[in-house]
Design a protein around this ligand. Structure first.
Ligand code: URA
Ligand code: URA
Length: 266
């Protein structure tokens, strides 16, 4: 790399670091932009004598079975929270919930937010610190990445519904306990019942394994369409995991494109 290009790249990265970023994730820069910065040769035309390599085959993960949880149609109705007639009523009920102990340590309940007509419901694990303080889901660092992931499939946060399996924050972000999940799950089931989305996107191991009632890994759960009470469900990595492991950006991109195609009825 030419010294000048190295210098430019270093200065670019220093700027990003000074701006508080530790990783480059779903950057709005194209690969070509970055290549220009580092002074790489243009990619469009390979040198005349260089054979054009076929694209590397997409590594299909060792995909597991498609999992079906609950029946479709009216099966959901009549659950313990069927009396909650709207998302607002549900949020008010969750804010007073004492079914597990998390309400004692939480600052705010984080029931979820978005459109009652959403075609897509995004499900994460549990509120973190920022979410607990604000009462809103996915507003911290992982949330900002979720917003970018949605933008990549042409969706704004307001277009979708964003929530978590747990509605109150586990202290110190510890993993949710089975009893907490059991106590809280009827809220999520009722939210999905009220919204009746076209697609559910489960973000991360916890949401995926909880919704699909399985111990299978994300690697096995990705790449296929599951059903949650009749609604197609796609599994992908948690944005917080993407921040730690940028190599999962590409598969996440594939997963959300898959969700987009389902939304479009393709
Ligand atoms: N992580 C989650 O799973 N949910 C949030 O709301 C924030 C971070
Ligand atoms: N809860 C999560 O699941 N992830 C976070 O990053 C924070 C809270």
């Amino acid at each position: 790399m030419a010294d000048n290009a190295t210098d430019l790249l270093r200065r670019y990265l220093e700027q990003r670091r000074d701006a508080g970023e530790s990783e480059l994730v779903l950057d709005s820069m194209t690969v070509e932009d970055v290549m220009r910065i580092v002074g790489a040769r243009a990619s469009a035309a390979p040198p005349p004598d260089e054979p054009v390599a076929p694209p590397a085959p997409i590594q299909l993960a060792d995909v597991g079975p498609s999992i079906i949880v609950g029946k479709g149609g009216a099966d959901l109705f009549g659950g313990p929270l069927a009396k909650l007639a709207s998302l607002e009523a549900l949020a008010a009920d969750a804010a007073k919930c004492t079914r597990c102990a998390l309400y004692k340590t939480a600052t705010n309940c984080v029931p979820g937010e978005g459109s009652a007509e959403a075609k897509l419901v995004c499900v994460g694990e549990a509120p973190g610190e920022q979410e607990d303080l604000s009462g809103r889901p996915f507003v911290g660092k992982a949330g900002q990445l979720l917003t970018k992931i949605l933008a990549a499939i042409d969706l704004k946060r307001e277009d979708v519904f964003i929530c978590n399996v747990l509605k109150h924050r586990p202290p110190g972000n510890r993993n949710p306990l089975p009893d907490e999940v059991t106590a809280c799950s009827p809220y999520l089931v009722r939210q999905i019942e009220l919204i009746r989305p076209k697609v559910i996107l489960a973000f991360g191991t916890f949401a995926s394994q909880t919704l699909l009632d399985t111990k299978l890994s994300i690697g096995k759960l990705r790449g296929t369409v599951h059903r949650y009470y009749g609604v197609p469900l796609i599994v992908t990595y948690h944005p917080a995991a993407l921040l730690r492991n940028p190599a999962w950006k590409r598969p996440t991109w594939d997963d959300v494109q898959h969700a987009r195609r389902l939304l479009d009825g393709a």
